[in-house]
Design a binder for this molecule. Sequence first.
Ligand code: COA
Length: 370
Amino acid sequence: MPELMVVAKGLDNVVVDDTALSRVDGEKGELIYRGYDIDELAGCSFEQVCHLFMYGELPSKEHEKEMRTNLQKRYAIPQEIVDFICRRAQSDHPMATLRTSVSMLSCCIEEAPLNDSAALISMALDLIAKTGTIAAAINRVRLNKNPVAPNVSFGYSKNFIYMCNGEIPEDIAVKTMDTAMVLHIDHGFNASTFTARVVTSSLSDMISAVTAAIGSLKGPLHGGANTAVMEMLLEIGSLENVKPWVEKALSEKKKIMGFGRRIYRVSDPRAKHLKRMSQEWGERAHEKKWFQMSEAIERLMLEKKNINANVDFYSASTYYMMGIEPKMYTPIFAVARMVGWTAHVMEQLKDNRLMRPEAHYVGPLGKIYK
Ligand code: COA
């Protein structure tokens, strides 16, 4: 390795490429999707923001309807994937079932030529539409229930909750899911998005890229944190136990899930929306405990470590109050992030160069084989 080369462990502060999809400003605590502040978009539907990522602009009413129809006609998944989910979802990690199921989509989604933008968008919409159906089916089987076929007259979030519960959801649940999905769609070159772009850079296909991205999202340092947050809240169990539990964990140098970010020096701009929804759902359900415990942990983390809550922290108690099983939180993250991943795959292809970093070899040299 040349002398001036430094090892950028974790690629900290390394700028890998340009992107026009999202900008994370860690100093200001700002997240921008294609020019729009996340606070502007938090009230939008999933379809509107999906259109923004696929076509670069927020849609007119007519184009939003077109996007909804385009997704609706793609909701269905092949029987062989449903059969696979029925066989594996109870025993395997839901992200493992999701990863394999999404990979299996190559049995029904034709591989788009890498220079055909329209075919790539169509493939992206297929992946976005079908990932929701796959995740909902995994949820059903884990609950020992039969998967529910999609309702093609429902919008994305409404259909997703409907397929999870088998009941037509209330408007407030649809609104919450829309907001949660929108907040999770993209976040710069996070680990899973970077993974998707690395796979794409070898001119592999979109399904391979997003399958690898799901593998990356599964880890507790990335998307897996939301599940870990709820497991932590359940383990703590009561408001009184928050302080001793957190203090003990910190004294043992444990990471508190749902806190910290490589990039933000201030609050994660998505967290406040999720915090509001967590509080609202607690009040609706007359079960304020999880929100109160979360707030107490947030205060302690600021006081003891000056570390803010991230997107995963309040999404956990929000989903819990909506009646969703904790292990499903990361698959829900994947459903939303599929929009970002596929958009990044297409952006990477527009100006591609193989991603091939160097390694600093620290092993032995000069060994002789006799
Ligand atoms: N709980 C307690 N301490 C934390 C912490 C957390 N969640 N996150 C960071 N820290 C502390 C570390 O202990 C370290 O302190 P030290 O310098 O005294 O050793 C310092 O902050 C830097 O942490 P580090 O792990 O090096 O930061 P990173 O940029 O590599 O990691 C995360 C970023 C997100 C992986 C890390 O904050 C984390 O593991 N968070 C919990 C998992 C999580 O919520 N992930 C979802 C991210 S959206």
